[in-house]
Each structure stands twice: as structure tokens, then as C-alpha cells.
Design a protein around this ligand. Structure first.
Ligand SMILES: Nc1ncnc2c1ncn2[C@@H]1O[C@H](COP(=O)(O)OP(=O)(O)O)[C@@H](O)[C@H]1O
Ligand SMILES: [Mg+2]
Length: 211
């Protein structure tokens, strides 16, 4: 499956979720390609750190930008069970290209008003991409959600109304485990000491995304 983790908003956890999802699938024994479509190359940097720390990353990572995201991903996808594409927060050229080849776009959103307002932006890009790629599934998920539910419920309600987007009821909390794991080149599934909640939330998201 080709998954793009995308949002026109930066700092919402795209790279964090992309690498955690890629590793989760690789730990399940699948051949995974991670495409870094962000000029800032955070996913590649993470992969280099991971290779230093663990000896081998457990997946293949490449850096691609703009239209090459479409052409190269098409070329490479048959060789992998899963392709996970991480795109930057502003680079809509790469995001648009990714949306035309993807089976699913996962849109992480933080339950705060500025992020919720930005949803119309990405919803419009999804509609546009569907003119070329009519099987594109678009799912929105809360990331870095606060522990108390009121904000999250309001956010879920607002997102549930977004046109053409499916709300995934598998939120990820704001948990130190994510930055802590990333600092060691790891996913939250590989972190010691383990954060069982972070691992459970990620596992639930994996199940809901890769159907
Ligand atoms: N669920 C989470 N809990 C805590 N911190 C998070 C979570 N998701 C992301 N972060 C942190 O938020 C910051 C931005 O995340 P990042 O994945 O780089 O976002 P993006 O790729 O959308 O710009 C990073 O410091 C990351 O560690
Ligand atoms: Mg990023």
C-alpha cells in the first residue's frame, strides 16, 4: 500500500507518524520503502541516526522531491509491500505529486484551532487529487492530543464534518515517548522503558490505516 502522511501545516507530527508507521510495518516483517519528500530531510536524518544506533534501519529510505515523487514511487512501489511518503509542511508540489500516487493519505491534526482551520486547505488538495486519483482514501487523525477529552471531542466533531475526509477514531496522545524514541533512532514500539499507551495507540492507528 502507498501511504502519504501529509498536511499543509508543519509541526503536526507528520514525520513522527511516518517513521513510526514505517517501522511498525517493517517489524511485522514487511518490505518497507520510506520516501522522504521534505527538503529538510528529517526522515532521512532519522534513518541515518537509526542505522548508527541499530546497525541497520530495517527499511529502505530514499529522498525524492516534486514530480519525481510520482514517477519514482510508481516505479519502486511494486518492489515493496508498503511505501510510506513523508512530505514537508509547505511543499505543495511534492504533496500534490504524492496525492496522485497514494492509496491513502493520513492527515495528522493537532486538536487546536489553527490546525483545525487548516483542514479546509488539505481537503481542497484531496478533492483536486481525486480528479486524477479517484481511489484516494483520506483519513484524518488527532496527534499530540491532550489527555483530557473535551478539546479532543470538539476537534473530532469539527473534523468529522470535513468534506471528503474520514475521521479515524484512533488518536495519538501527546507523549514524551515519541520524541524520546526518535532521539534514539527508534519507534515507540522499540523504546525502553516501554510506554505501553504510546505503543497501543500506534498499533491501533496502524490497524486503522493499513486495511
Ligand atoms: N504524539 C506526539 N507526542 C509528543 N510529541 C510529538 C508527538 N508527535 C510529534 N511530536 C513532536 O512534535 C514535533 C513536530 O513533529 P514532526 O513529526 O517533526 O512534525 P512535522 O513533520 O509535521 O513537521 C517534534 O518535536 C515531535 O517530536
Ligand atoms: Mg516533517
Amino acid at each position: 500500500m502507498i501511504l502519504v502522511v501529509g498536511n499543509t501545516k508543519g509541526g503536526v507530527g507528520k514525520t513522527t507518524l511516518a517513521v513510526n508507521l514505517a517501522i511498525a510495518r517493517a517489524l511485522d516483517g514487511r518490505d518497507v520503502l520510506l520516501v522522504d519528500g521534505d527538503e529538510q530531510a528529517t526522515a532521512i536524518g532519522f534513518t541515518e541516526l537509526r542505522t548508527e544506533q541499530l546497525g541497520r534501519p530495517g527499511y529502505t529510505a530514499v529522498s525524492l522531491h516534486g514530480a519525481a515523487i510520482r514517477t519514482q514511487t510508481r516505479q519502486l512501489a511494486p518492489k515493496y509491500a508498503d511505501v510510506v511518503i513523508d512530505v514537508g509542511g509547505r511543499d505543495t508540489g511534492s504533496l500534490r505529486a504524492a496525492l496522485t500516487v497514494a492509496d491513502t493519505v493520513l492527515i495528522p491534526v493537532q486538536p487546536r484551532s489553527f490546525d483545525l482551520w487548516a483542514i479546509d486547505n488539505i481537503a481542497a488538495l484531496v478533492r483536486e487529487a481525486r480528479e486524477i486519483n479517484d481511489r484516494l482514501r483520506a483519513v484524518v487523525v488527532l496527534n499530540a492530543a491532550d489527555a483530557q477529552g473535551a478539546d479532543n471531542d470538539a476537534a473530532a466533531e469539527a473534523l468529522g464534518e470535513a468534506d471528503g475526509l474520514e475521521y479515524l477514531p484512533t488518536p495519538i496522545g501527546r507523549r514524551k515517548a515519541f520524541p524520546n524514541a526518535a532521539a534514539g533512532g527508534r519507534s515507540v514500539l522499540e523504546l525502553t522503558p516501554r510506554d505501553p499507551k504510546a505503543a497501543q495507540e500506534l498499533a491501533a492507528m496502524v490497524k486503522a490505516v493499513f486495511v
